[in-house]
Design a protein around this ligand. Sequence first.
Ligand SMILES: Nc1ncnc2c1ncn2[C@@H]1O[C@H](COP(=O)(O)OP(=O)(O)OP(=O)(O)O)[C@@H](O)[C@H]1O
Ligand SMILES: Nc1nc2c(ncn2[C@@H]2O[C@H](COP(=O)(O)O)[C@@H](O)[C@H]2O)c(=O)[nH]1
Length: 215
Amino acid sequence: MADHDTLQRRGLMFILSSPSGAGKTTIARMLLERDGHIGLSVSVTTRPMRPGEVDGRDYHFVSDAEFDRMIEADDFYEWAHVFDHRYGTPKGHIRNALKEGQDFLFDIDWQGTQQLYQKDQQDVVRVFILPPSLKELHDRLRGRGTDSDEVIAGRMERARAEISHWDGYDYVVINDDVEECYGKVREILEAERMKRQRQTGLIGFVRGLMAPDAE
Ligand SMILES: Nc1ncnc2c1ncn2[C@@H]1O[C@H](COP(=O)(O)OP(=O)(O)OP(=O)(O)O)[C@@H](O)[C@H]1O
Ligand SMILES: Nc1nc2c(ncn2[C@@H]2O[C@H](COP(=O)(O)O)[C@@H](O)[C@H]2O)c(=O)[nH]1
């Protein structure tokens, strides 16, 4: 029996991508705090921990050898080289929770987005966050105070290339005012939930309508 026939909708894979510093982590945190129903996919990375980050909350920080082992064990939905490090989405507990209808938020880049979309077009929703300008992007990276000048320069150099992937997304939202941006992302999430709820509900309705004893 196909998944959509069970009348239990699968969870959404709600993806936020952006050039580094545009604010997707900020928006993701607001969604997690205020929505209450969506879970977070915590990625695995080989990059060093930033000040203030917590292992297991922000990322699972692992060695290169451990990342290799996880690739070998087929532990990732997707993984990619981003900047100078590797990042991946672990299947972990998410796999079953998605099947049971739990929605998850993914803060991943365009490469990971393409991989997830190729695997599952029905459940993936792709949202790209743009900064209002490249100058503002630079100011935000500096203002965050977590990266060296060298790292910031590298991320600014990559920003145009990252932005060029915007049209591979279902929605594009400019993060100028953070509350306004959050509001739009939240509306997208709610609309996508309703769309699927409606489809799932309709399957039940049509089944009832067409049942042999339904006259
Ligand atoms: N609308 C906004 N106006 C001003 N500052 C913002 C806004 N949105 C986010 N910021 C700030 O910009 C900085 C970068 O935001 P954030 O860390 O969320 O970016 P990111 O896209 O997740 O970056 P990365 O990909 O490097 O993780 C943070 O200091 C955050 O507080
Ligand atoms: N393809 C994936 N990209 C990921 C994943 N986790 C994070 N990312 C992206 O990496 C960059 C840099 O993140 P930072 O925390 O070092 O600033 C950013 O674009 C993230 O979205 C992942 O699991 N897969």
